[in-house]
Design a protein around this ligand. Structure first.
Ligand code: UDP
Length: 406
């Protein structure tokens, strides 16, 4: 029984050695039986759900009493919160009406009433529920706001709406310190996200199995370029199609655009239609979603089998998809923005690009130089192994808990 309870930690021990695990266990002792509550807006789709799904069981293995609760809200709220997401990532033309602001605050009240957070550590993920703290009049534990997006150049109205609640929090976590605008007096703690190397998404698949899975969706008769992302303008799938068309003028290739439709992303379906129209039934562009049966295992196989993974984002808080692909030794070409720059060292474990033409050049280079591509992939895996696995992420949370407990 004891053994079964430590499956995750044992797997990490085999991967990283005893010392790393012992250091984590030591840090966790102080928080055994402490309650930790994560709150966000969706159980499915996007990076936050991905991380929480994997983090809760690991916290529990360390005997921390971790829980994850999702609040419910009407569809109209998710339209406002998506607008908020876009505005915080830098869309300056967005403006919130008085009604929208009231709906945003009303929902925070409802979220508080649905969940009644009362744990030793309450972690509020993303802007959607940031004002919930306003309703927690008698706070017992420490409250932390965890921002997952790139807020380095936010729409001022949106930033004011969210940041006015910051003084109530005990700490704010940003993926990079640069995402926090000057003028914040809270403790700012940088923690990058992470991937779970043992999950269905990231576990090792043998080559034949991975090929078979991908072949159900896309013929493997020529080099395959893939982008895995929500259908969202910031991920620039239309730019990816432009890139693909230019590459195909030079060599035969296929493109897979894989995107899940997140429950809290009402723009997704609409934007998917736009992407499909832009691809205009091109037989070499394969647009796939969770509704086609592309779930974690399939994403895993695509990330492993593809010759190149693209993440041509125009803004990106972190980009788990990059870590996932690098972990599988696959070369990645990513937009030269935000959290992508934390993961890709240009020319070493992938390429950072600023334009369509640059992306085309790098793709042609990687396809023409398989040995270099392999070397880059290997370095990519090392980078993720050393910095961006869930165990590192969890350790940083424990460090923050310790700071807040002193
Ligand atoms: N994802 C998925 N299926 C898809 C598209 C995305 O499982 O069709 C996953 C992807 O593998 C990654 C997460 O959703 O784990 C996206 O996280 P990321 O940080 O890249 O972007 P976000 O969606 O949070 O902006």
């Amino acid at each position: 029984m004891e053994k079964k309870n430590n499956l995750i930690l044992e797997a990490y021990q085999r991967l990283l050695g005893k010392q790393t695990i012992n250091s984590l266990r030591k840090k966790a002792i102080k928080f055994e039986q402490k309650t930790v509550l994560h709150i966000n807006s969706t159980k499915f789709g996007g990076g936050v759900a991905e991380i929480l799904n994997n983090m809760i069981p690991m916290m529990r293995e360390l005997k921390i009493d971790a829980e994850w609760k999702v609040f419910t809200a009407p569809k109209s709220f998710f339209e406002i919160s998506k607008k908020m997401h876009n505005a915080l990532q830098g869309n300056m033309s967005i403006n919130f009406s008085e009604d929208e602001i009231s709906a945003f605050l009303e929902q925070a009240k409802s979220t508080y009433e649905q969940i009644h957070p009362n744990s030793d550590f309450v972690i509020i993920h993303d802007p959607q529920p940031s004002p919930v703290i306003e309703f927690a009049h008698e706070r017992r534990g420490k409250w932390i706001w965890r921002c997952h997006i790139d807020t380095s150049d936010p729409n001022p109205q949106a930033w004011n709406l969210v940041s006015r609640y910051f003084p109530n929090y005990d700490a704010l976590i940003f993926t990079k310190v640069e995402y926090a605008k000057p003028g914040i007096n809270n403790l700012i703690y940088p923690i990058p996200p992470s991937i779970d190397p043992f999950s269905e998404k990231n576990k090792k698949l043998d080559k034949e199995t991975a090929n078979e899975i991908v072949k159900k969706f896309v013929p493997l008769d020529r080099p395959l370029i893939t982008q895995v992302s929500r259908f969202d303008p910031w991920k620039d799938p239309l730019g990816v199609i432009d890139v693909f068309r230019k590459v195909r003028e030079k060599i035969p290739v296929r493109l897979a655009l894989i995107g899940s439709l997140a429950h809290d992303d009402p723009e997704g379906i609409e934007f998917l239609e736009k992407v499909k129209n832009y691809a205009s039934n091109d037989p070499e562009i394969h647009i796939l979603t969770n509704l086609d049966g592309v779930a974690d295992l399939e994403v895993n196989a695509f990330q492993q089998v593809s010759d190149i993974i693209l993440q041509k984002s125009l803004r990106e808080g972190f980009g788990l998809t990059i870590a996932e692909a690098l972990w599988k030794n696959t070369p990645v070409i990513g937009g030269n923005v935000g959290g992508i720059k934390l993961q890709i060292e240009n020319g070493v474990n992938g390429f950072l690009v600023n334009s369509i033409d640059e992306t085309v050049d790098r793709i042609l280079y990687i396809l023409a130089n398989p040995k270099i591509a392999k070397e880059m992939g290997k370095k990519g895996r090392e980078k993720i192994k050393n910095e961006f696995l869930l165990i590192h992420h969890l350790e940083k949370y424990l460090d923050l808990f310790r700071i807040l407990s002193n």
